[in-house]
Design a protein around this ligand. Structure first.
Ligand code: SF4
Length: 396
């Protein structure tokens, strides 16, 4: 079969004559940006402004079938379908609902493989990603929904290679990187399910699902560009968390500040010795090298770096650990806050949940040392949706 490469951003190969092909071998338009769509249309002899119609339909009106884009002529819809194109948005195939309102989804990406990724919807967030009192502005803005603000937790890889010892996802190992369309598609599928009005409803994104975004850097940032330019979400309402991939942080520091999400570092330990024991990646990039890289990120006015800190009972939750963490954070010289996460239990992981009193004391100690700290509320523990629990656990 003859193949051609579609315009930048997808790296996919397109069958030149796939009219007879089934849906699974059709090529997704979803994931292509305006320039790439204009390239597709040019090959069909269509003007580039038609790309805006497709963007409006698939990224903003959440249309899932090519035949339903009625702003395109019937002839063009048929021409695209005959050329082997489909919208091809990733779809929610299974939803688990928690007693606390959190929903965890298995999302199927179109194509020959049957892999699913996990995405989580948290109405009212978890008090971590904002943690700055900005929740209040959402209260008055959403009269028609049963949520006032929400957070979507997005995956960047199938599985993960980083091997944090407290994380269920690590048990999968890395299976593959997600494409830009598969990353952005998780978001659009969830926006569609909850009829989110982008620009009106208050929705935050956290790239803290399965995988290490900075080990899939190009696709991750291409997805961010899609979400900002084509879907219309604000990068200031997005946070990406990294386990401390120094070359990734250095590249991130070069991104234009009107395009990049906020940065969170998954710190989780007070010093290199403890961190290397629970996060083997620390042997490659110790805390000092991570902090040096973080200092290169030019922050926007009022922006803060977030340090995520998972408290493991008896391992990382002692008062002296809190004082060490405060010293580390102060030494960065950056405006920063710490999000505390009481470890969520998972089968086969040999750690204990910290005592609530220890979590509260940890926060108090950080506060006394001048470091703002917030306790992230565990969301969806009963459906394995909480932080570090994503492993496509089908029973719920
Ligand atoms: S915590 Fe994040 S980086 Fe670490 S293994 Fe789990 S998914 Fe990967």
């Amino acid at each position: 079969m003859m193949l051609r490469v579609v315009p930048e951003n997808s790296g996919q190969l397109v069958p030149l004559d796939s009219a007879a092909a089934g849906n699974e071998s059709r090529v997704p338009l979803f994931g292509l940006d305006a320039a790439a769509l204009a390239g597709v249309l040019a090959e069909e002899g269509e003007p580039s402004w038609r790309a805006d119609q497709i963007i409006e339909a698939i990224y903003r009106q959440y249309i899932r079938e090519l035949s339903s884009i009625t702003t395109l002529s019937l002839d063009l819809r048929q021409k695209l379908a005959a050329g082997g194109w489909q919208i091809g948005r990733p779809e929610i195939t299974k939803a688990f609902q928690s007693a606390d309102g959190t929903e965890r989804y298995l999302i199927q990406c179109p194509g020959p493989t049957a892999e699913t990724v996990e995405t989580v919807w948290m109405p009212e967030g978890d008090d971590g990603e904002a943690g700055d009192g900005s929740n209040d502005e959402a209260r008055a803005s959403n009269e028609t929904k049963d949520w006032r603000r929400a957070t979507i937790c997005v995956s960047s890889q199938v599985g993960c290679s980083v091997n944090c010892q407290f994380c269920l996802t690590a048990k999968l190992g890395l299976q593959r990187n997600l494409t830009p369309g598969e990353i952005a598609g998780q978001v659009v599928s969830v926006l569609d399910r909850h009829a989110v009005r982008v620009g009106r409803d208050r929705v935050n994104l956290v790239f803290m699902g399965m995988g290490e975004p900075f080990l899939n850097y190009d696709n991750f940032m291409a997805a961010v560009r899609l979400l900002v330019h084509e879907v219309g979400l604000s990068p200031q309402r997005m946070t990406v968390s990294t386990s401390g991939i120094v070359p990734g942080i250095e590249r991130f520091a070069q991104e234009p500040s009107d395009l990049r999400p906020k940065l969170a570092i998954s710190l989780n330990a007070p010093n290199d010795e403890v961190r290397a024991g629970i996060m083997p990646i620390n042997r490659k990039w110790p805390i000092s090298s991570v902090m040096d890289a973080v200092r290169r990120v030019r922050l926007r006015p009022h922006e803060r770096i977030t340090f995520e800190y998972v408290l493991l009972g008896g391992v990382t939750d002692r008062p002296e650990h809190a004082r060490e963490v405060a010293r580390l954070v102060r030494r960065t010289g950056l405006p920063a806050k710490v999000n505390l996460i009481a470890w969520n239990p998972g089968p086969g992981i040999p750690y204990g949940t910290p005592e609530p009193a220890n979590v509260a004391a940890f926060r108090k100690t950080l506060g006394a040392e001048g470091i703002p700290a917030y306790i992230r509320q565990p969301r969806g523990r009963d459906i394995f949706a909480a932080c570090g629990q994503l492993k496509r656990t089908v029973e719920a």
